[in-house]
Design a protein around this ligand. Structure first.
Ligand code: TYD
Length: 216
């Protein structure tokens, strides 16, 4: 099963992925956590270029080509082999991030993003996408607080620095995607405590896994 986590900056994906990974391991299920852009040595090098604040002159089409290149490498070298061996793959962002950020907020459009995916990455889509949804003001406040607290390398916060309207478009892009593909998406309200959100996330995933087991 291929599960992706999506949402605006500061929606809490990273915390929720680690809580879910711990829960699945407790239940004896093999799972593997990865992220985009990244997940391979080449993908992590691309991530450095993609997120560095010094590269703020980057064209949206260059962004699309970089994340698509990283994804092609990630899917063939990491995700597909793990799925073939029966491991549950948890991925922090995937194609829906490209649709929301480059397609909607940066203006390339959904069609260009989806065509590039089909052309260069292929047909692999998540079995389940958990969209952690919260208002932009809450997400941005959380991500700034997190960066302050962790002393995170702020050089890698190119998108966090975008204006409010950009993040509203990202959120709208995600919600549109969820409306277009209701069977794949689960929208998780992400304003509560990490524990409450985790119960919702774990419930959705375990229901799907049980559904799959019954279908076999
Ligand atoms: P993320 O790993 O969630 O950042 P953080 O380190 O704050 O948890 O995501 C990295 C950034 O890359 C985020 O601002 C969204 C952006 N992004 C895109 O613009 N397009 C994409 O296709 C992907 C995967 C990420």
């Amino acid at each position: 099963m291929f599960i992706t986590f999506e949402g605006i900056e500061g929606c809490g994906k990273t915390t929720q992925i680690s809580l879910l990974a711990a829960e699945l391991s407790r239940q004896g299920l093999a799972c593997f956590t990865t992220r985009e852009p990244g997940g391979t040595a080449i993908g992590e090098a691309i991530r450095g270029i993609f997120l560095h604040c010094a590269n703020d002159d980057m064209l949206p089409v260059t962004e699309l080509l970089l994340v698509t290149a990283a994804r092609a490498q990630h899917v063939e070298r990491v995700i597909k082999p793990r799925l073939r061996s029966g491991t549950i793959v948890l991925c922090d962002r995937y194609i829906d991030a490209t649709v929301a950020y480059q397609g909607y907020a940066a203006g390339l459009g959904r069609d260009m993003v989806m065509s590039s995916h089909e052309l260069f990455v292929g047909t692999l889509m998540p079995d389940l996408t958990l969209l952690l949804d919260c208002p932009v003001a809450i997400g941005l406040a959380r991500s700034r607080e997190r960066n302050r607290a962790s002393g995170k390398d702020v050089d890698e916060g190119r998108f966090e620095e975008r204006d409010y309207a950009f993040h509203e478009q990202v959120r709208a892009g995600y919600l549109d995607q969820a409306r277009l593909e209701p069977a794949r998406f689960e929208i998780i309200p992400a304003e509560g405590t990490p524990g409450d959100i985790h119960r919702h996330v774990a419930g959705s995933v375990l229901r799907r896994l049980q559904g799959d087991a019954h279908a076999v």
